[in-house]
Design a protein around this ligand. Sequence first.
Ligand code: 13P
Ligand code: SF4
Length: 353
Amino acid sequence: MDLSQFMPKDLVYPKAAVSLTEEEKKDYADKIARVLKEQNAAVIAHYYCNDDVQALAESTGGFIGDSLEMAKWGKRSSYDKLIVCGVRFMGETAKILSPEKTILMSTLSAECSLDLGCPAKEFGEFCDQHPDRTVVVYANTSAAVKARADWVVTSSIAVELVEYLHSRGEKIIWAPDRHLGSYIERITGADMLRWQAHCIVHDEFKAQALEKLIRMYPDAAVLVHPESPASVVHMATVVGSTSQLLKAAGTLPHKQLIVATDSGIFYKLQQACPDKELIIAPTQGEGATCKSCAHCPWMAMNGLKEIYEALTDTANTAKHEVMVDEDIRVKALTSLNRLLEFSDKLNQKKQFQ
Ligand code: 13P
Ligand code: SF4
């Protein structure tokens, strides 16, 4: 079976959030802050969101993080309502973990190409053909795919989890990201049957052009998200999730950093290392289509106007509120809880080392 066949062909990218003047941004940020208080609500944003959305999360006491941290923060927070700024799987994850909370998104059409490239029915049939394998799926999947999995992982913990399963002699089905899957396989040596979807942002980073850039900046460290092609990962000084890259940026001695991940991360990178030169890795060069230009078109749908509307447009709740079928939610919760427990144990272990 060709496991890449489910990637949608000829994707039409959505319209980005409405662009606002500085004055309008301030006006929306003030209005949103008031509404959040009235509704006992908070903003949770992913590092790939636009700067103004991340600034809103900061100024209103919300949260910015990688996909694992977003899930954890949403679960332990005491707010009645969370407005998840990111893509739909992040909103679904919040709902699966916190069914008692109202989970809103500025739009429910914020897709992820990995999620689109792994339809639940076909994935379930594939798993049924390999009943001897443990099913591990990346968080960037629908609730229905998570419900079919034994484990959910994020990029911050995928290597450790597969290492653990491999040490127990388990053979694995991995989905959906082909690059992250091959990276984990290379590091762990685990027996993995890998689904072949890809992230349309990270897939565009180009090795040849990166090589040229490294020659121009020979003293720079290269930070790479593992959703990037293997040829790009090979040139990395550090490979890691968004949070891990941010941490590395702050601690590495290098004064120049070449960054191969979504450009939304520059908002926090600039805060983490204001004295360093930040250079985006090339998405242009041989074979480039440059559809995404290092910024996820679905993350870019999240904007201040859209967030305000989601919080106030009560006549159109269905356009914004994340709902997950209860049967699917309960099944997906089992595999997500395994992730959270594994992550907690790993953190405890690291503290004692
Ligand atoms: P992180 O888990 O590193 O945040 O990446 C998830 C992702 O791909 C968001 O688009
Ligand atoms: Fe999905 Fe890639 Fe966008 Fe992340 S950056 S949401 S993996 S398409």
